[in-house]
Design a protein around this ligand. Sequence first.
Ligand code: F0G
Length: 456
Amino acid sequence: TRSWAEPYKIKMVEPVRMISREEREEAIAEAGYNTFLLRSRDVYIDLLTDSGTSAMSDRQWAGIMMGDEAYAGSENFYHLAEAVKKYYGYTFLVPTHQGRGAEHIISQLLIEEGDFVPGNMYFTTTKLHQELAGGTFVDVIVDEAHDPESEHPFKANVDLNKLEDLIKRKGADKIPYIAIATSVNMAGGQPISMANLKKVRRLTRRYGIPIIHDMTRVAENAYFIKQREKGYENTPVRDIVHEICSLTDGATMSAKKDALVNIGGFLALNDEELFREAQNMVVIYEGLHTYGGMAGRDMEALAIGIRESVDEDHIHARVGQVQYLGNQLIDMGVPVVHPIGSHGVFLNAKKILPHLSQDQLPAQSLAAALYVDSGVRSMERGIVSAGRNPETGEHHYPELELVRLTIPRRVYTQAHMDVVAESVEAVYDNRDHISGLSFDYEPEYLRFFQSRFKKS
Ligand code: F0G
């Protein structure tokens, strides 16, 4: 097959700085061995997250100039609502400053003290908002999702037995909704199949339980359905996205991922009464119901970004770049999560550092070592991210102890991916010399963001 390159050309560049290994050692020690606490000027290739770090197109920047910064009734709000309707199919739109703003509103509106919220694996902010509203998150994802080596093509599928069992044990009236994420982040960017989603729809309809869709990376999930699910080979990604959304009752969106903007999000709903309540709540916490924490220009860039996110060439290049990096690491023999996900490559820290117990924070230690080697910034997704059980105060011990190399969209080239792969290989070759870490400072909520660590 012939070579295939990125479907864009570079119009503007942002120079990056390379510092010495000694300077990086100093920087990571100063950051308490937490990559979130590094200054970005000390980072060479930033794979911390794909959230808000993507490159906007010239069309989106042109949209920025069309910002209608009226406090109420901004024209850009109507463009955004039209895009959400057209590409996702949801009727009502409540803009929020980012994903967790929408999670806050829907959790407060639907969850009551003592409720249970099933989901296809947890996400950090989503679960916390469910807990703060008085709910308990229950994982109903298939077992394969917790096995980094399983090649299951749809690791984000719901185990219908787990779900129905929960409904029977707790009663449907204790389950305000099921949270279904597309391209499940914590599982390694793994997709849910359309067939499974349809079954979840049938089951929940029987019990009158709504589906709230975390659609943060829905286009990436749709791309995998096109690649892997029989009957969708020739369906445009935008139609698959629309079909996924049509099987759900509402959605929370962190637009900073799929939708190619640096800031923004929304809650989308089909139920008018719930929409009215959400509109009433957004004015307390986010901003007026026609901007919800975004500037008019942000809403315009987002409306355009939604359209670009379902473009076939774009999504092929985006997921393809992640596969390119992942396949190099597989060829090098580095243990990673299989299959390679949609937004990042996840290193299996448990397997890479078997000499460290989970209490010695293997993924956190590996992320720090990778930064020191090359200035590549990654993120811990293991015991630190999982936090503590609010009841017992004990650490959660997740099966998956991972380092995420998250690829921003349209930002880095294939050559950058080669540099990353070589650095991971160098760290892997030196893995026996990587020592563990322990907590030095631990905040109460979402501790992975601000914790500091010391060498143990
Ligand atoms: N849902 C998913 C699946 C996410 O990945 C994120 C954010 C959110 C919700 C929350 O959205 O950040 O806009 O408030 N994920 C980022 C990440 C932070 O790095 O994975 P937000």
